[in-house]
Design a binder for this molecule. Structure first.
Ligand SMILES: NC(=O)c1ccc[n+]([C@@H]2O[C@H](COP(=O)([O-])OP(=O)(O)OC[C@H]3O[C@@H](n4cnc5c(N)ncnc54)[C@H](OP(=O)(O)O)[C@@H]3O)[C@@H](O)[C@H]2O)c1
Length: 163
């Protein structure tokens, strides 16, 4: 499993159940990276999408103890998640705060878009620079998108846990 996330300079990811920034180049990167793949999210992240709808052209797996719907694969716990993603090569953990916190160490890779701004977040991603096993393997040049300085960073985990 790989995590994909956009963070501000404090590793903030959201506030008011929404994203911090609108960054077209990051959206494009997200769309192209996850297209045709499995995306795993918590129920708040699903709610944050336009009209609360799942993402098109992807298998949407949603962790929830309460939701019941036909347009996503709903899983009630990590055991059900494990069964739901079995056999898929490319599985992306797409948020939010709680799901990232609980599942980050089960990921081998994290694709982190870093935004050089303070989004005054109330939801955060684990700080990978301080986390055992995680190191940066590559980093893009800085670019400007919608007025924000951004950088695409890839972290690898040398200590991956098994679900
Ligand atoms: N910057 C980014 O790249 C990015 C990406 C994604 C999200 N976000 C942001 O992150 C924020 C949302 O984070 P969040 O922590 O509030 O929500 P979340 O992680 O998306 O969802 C949490 C919910 O998922 C369900 N859940 C979580 N773990 C579960 C488990 N083990 N078993 C069963 N259900 C489980 C529970 O819902 P039930 O009550 O339904 O059981 C829980 O309340 C928003 O601001 C969003 O915009 C940012």
């Amino acid at each position: 499993m790989k995590a994909i996330v956009c963070v501000d300079k404090n590793w903030g990811i959201g506030k008011n159940n929404d994203l911090l920034f609108s960054i077209p180049d990051d959206m494009k990167f997200f769309r192209e990276t996850t297209k045709g793949k499995v995306v795993v999210m918590g129920s708040n992240t699903l709610k944050s999408f336009p009209n609360g709808n799942p993402l098109k052209n992807r298998v949407n797996v949603v962790l929830s103890t309460k939701l019941s719907r036909e347009d996503c694969v709903i899983v009630r716990n990590f055991e059900e998640l494990k069964n739901a993603i079995k056999g898929y090569d490319d599985v992306f953990l797409i948020g939010g705060e709680r799901v990232y916190a609980d599942l980050i160490d089960y990921c081998d890779t994290a694709l982190v878009t870093k935004v050089d701004a303070d989004g005054e977040a109330t939801a955060f991603f684990p700080i990978l620079d301080n986390r055992v096993g995680w190191t940066i393997s590559s980093q893009s040049e800085e670019m400007i998108s919608n007025g924000y300085k951004i950088k695409f960073t890839k972290y690898l985990n040398s200590n991956v846990k098994t679900l």
